[in-house]
Design a protein around this ligand. Structure first.
Ligand SMILES: C[S@@+](CC[C@H](N)C(=O)[O-])C[C@H]1O[C@@H](n2cnc3c(N)ncnc32)[C@H](O)[C@@H]1O
Length: 218
């Protein structure tokens, strides 16, 4: 998958690229390209945003700046999906991640301050996604959330079955993961459920399914 992120702070993604599973699939299943709006802005002094028409606080990311960035990268608005990250978008869920990971190429647009000029969302983007009903200061964390969620669904990103039997997976009927425990088996009298120590894989699987359903109220 080729994943392109347009941002004002490409360096902010350095940390993410060192973390698993992103680091694991980088250069093989994942090509992550970072673009700065400032590198291609047609405005002087690397300006990218402006005051909102009609007044009000904050600055708005200009449509001509985003268009210039897309022109430089793709020669225009690309055919593949372009996602504007905005609290006003459709909410990110595991189903949306599974939908997006089918794409060979994907572009994420991040904004800051008051967000995008609406014409970016309407005419340059083909999708708009929110990572939750709250407002963050800029779109870089939402972009990183999406990059991580997508990376872990790419082939080879996860060891064994750790990417399958987990919350929201089909294996758990879209429900929440069952409780996990590790050593010690007894800590301050808080004991690990006996079934998990039994070695009986059939009982363990049934217990896990029951717990998952109970947690998910399925
Ligand atoms: C301060 S927010 C702008 C909020 C906008 N004025 C509003 O009221 O909807 C600045 C930028 O951060 C990003 N952002 C903030 N919260 C987000 C969320 N929940 N999901 C996705 N992106 C978000 C978007 O790129 C947004 O344009």
């Amino acid at each position: 998958m080729q994943l392109d992120v347009f941002t004002l702070t490409p360096h902010a993604f350095a940390w993410l690229t060192e973390q698993r599973p992103v680091a694991t699939v980088l250069g093989s299943e994942l090509e992550l390209r970072l673009f700065s709006y400032r590198d291609t802005t047609p405005l002087r002094a690397a300006k990218v945003d402006d005051e909102p028409y009609g007044g009000g606080a904050g600055m708005v990311l200009r449509v001509d700046v985003v268009a210039a960035a897309l022109d430089a990268a793709y020669g225009g608005v690309p055919e593949h999906r372009v996602v504007a990250l905005t609290p006003q978008g459709r909410q990110l869920t595991q189903d949306v991640v599974e939908e997006l990971v089918q794409e060979d190429r994907l572009t994420l647009l991040s904004a800051r301050f008051e967000g995008f000029d609406e014409r970016v969302v309407r005419h340059l983007a083909s999708d708009a996604i929110s990572i939750g009903p709250y407002v963050l200061s800029n779109g870089d964390l939402p972009a990183m959330v999406l990059v991580d969620a997508l990376a872990r669904r790419l082939p080879g990103a996860m060891r064994d079955e750790s990417g399958t039997w987990e919350s929201f997976s089909p294996e758990l009927e879209g429900g929440l993961e069952y409780p996990q425990y590790t050593r010690p088996p007894d800590f301050r009298g808080w004991r690990v459920p006996e079934v998990l120590l039994s070695g009986d894989h059939g009982r363990i699987e049934q217990w896990r399914r029951d717990q998952s359903r109970r947690r998910s109220l399925l």
